[in-house]
Design a protein around this ligand. Structure first.
Ligand code: GAR
Length: 201
């Protein structure tokens, strides 16, 4: 059975969608731990309510990015995961950390990458005047919000959209494609060829 560790920084609705899908669809998976970099991440409570071990490695207690990532890596590796799932984990990661989990770390980003990297993606989309926006699940590489794309979903942008209304529409899609993508990994269906993800049937 594959083991996964989920990293969160906040409410953890994507984490919840993955936990719920894994239970409802009886995935052959052990969600070994949910780890946060913030003690006030509300998603930790949901994970605990499902009997999943939780841990916090407080990022602001470390003097450097390297020191934090080293501590986080040690904590993650206690659970020996096959896959690390970043679910609203709001940290820029060092290349050493990313390399350690190469090919076994996924992220969800609320835009159609490569458009709108970084923060405030919905406002970026509104400012750009795009008619279609969306969400991307990708393997993590050292470059922020880049890496081989596993799945994307699109939503329309309406004339009267606000950042909030657009975020809400995108989040509904996040909760569909992230569990789907994680399941493909767990079932061994993903491979990376020339920086592109192939999904076997
Ligand atoms: C989600 O919208 C996710 O795509 C985004 O943070 C939110 C977390 O929500 N992630 C990023 O912006 C990463 N760059 P959640 O805690 O409810 O899953």
């Amino acid at each position: 059975m594959k083991k996964i560790v989920i990293l969160i920084s906040g409410r953890g609705s994507n984490m919840q969608a993955i936990i719920d899908a894994s239970l409802a669809q009886k995935w052959p998976v052990n969600i070994a731990a949910v780890i946060s970099n913030r003690t006030d991440a509300t998603g930790l409570q949901y994970a605990a309510s499902k009997g999943i071990p939780t841990a916090v490695v407080v990022s602001k207690e470390f003097s450097s990015r390297d020191a934090f990532d080293t501590a986080l890596q040690s904590k993650i590796d206690e659970f020996a995961p096959d896959l690390v799932v970043l679910a609203g984990f709001m940290r820029i990661l060092t290349s050493g950390f990313v390399d350690h989990y190469a090919g076994r770390m996924l992220n969800i980003h609320p835009s159609l990458l490569p458009s709108f990297v970084g923060l405030n993606t919905h406002q970026q989309a509104l400012d750009a005047g795009v008619k279609v926006h969306g969400v991307t699940v990708h393997f993590v590489t050292a470059e922020l919000d880049h890496g081989p794309i596993v799945a994307q979903a699109t939503v329309p942008v309406h004339d009267d959209d606000t950042e909030e209304s657009l975020a809400k529409r995108v989040l509904l899609q996040e909760h569909i494609i992230y569990p789907w993508a994680v399941r493909q990994f767990i079932e061994g269906k993903l491979s990376i060829v020339d920086q592109r993800v192939r999904i076997s049937q």
